[in-house]
Design a protein around this ligand. Sequence first.
Ligand code: GDP
Ligand code: MG
Length: 144
Amino acid sequence: MADAPLPQRTLVLVKPDGVRRGHVGEVLRRIEAKGYTLVAAELRRADEALLAEHYAEHAGKPFVQALIDFMRSGPVLAAVVEGHRVIEGFRSLAGATDPTVAAPGTIRGDLARDWGTKLIENIVHGSDGEESAAREIGLWFPAL
Ligand code: GDP
Ligand code: MG
């Protein structure tokens, strides 16, 4: 018998730049087109405390407060996405952090660019491992 697929979940955020620029539908379309399943999705305004927790791994870095302020600048679409190896798979869909060098065909490569500001506005967030996915899903969707 074939091995049963291992279920895995990741936290995806469409960041305020993605919501403002009208890319929520496109991001969800790419997730669904890939065959992943939406478990939860909600438009949210995140507060400082939630974002400080969310970005705890970056605490103390020079860009973290600007990043938190940016993430509070408008609503975000928070979603939990499920599928076999979805953590790695969504990061592959998202592309590299720096939108200038993110490969064409990826969300960041196709939809984001460097505007010459101090911020890296790159449309989406995706958890980077099983531990952070569990932590981030617990933060954003405590009922799941
Ligand atoms: P990600 O997992 O690809 O989103 O990247 P990281 O976890 O390393 O960083 C989180 C977010 O912080 C990124 O998506 C960027 O929006 C922002 N960021 C990361 N590195 C830098 C940086 O060197 N400068 C600035 N201004 N922002 C950064
Ligand atoms: Mg990260």
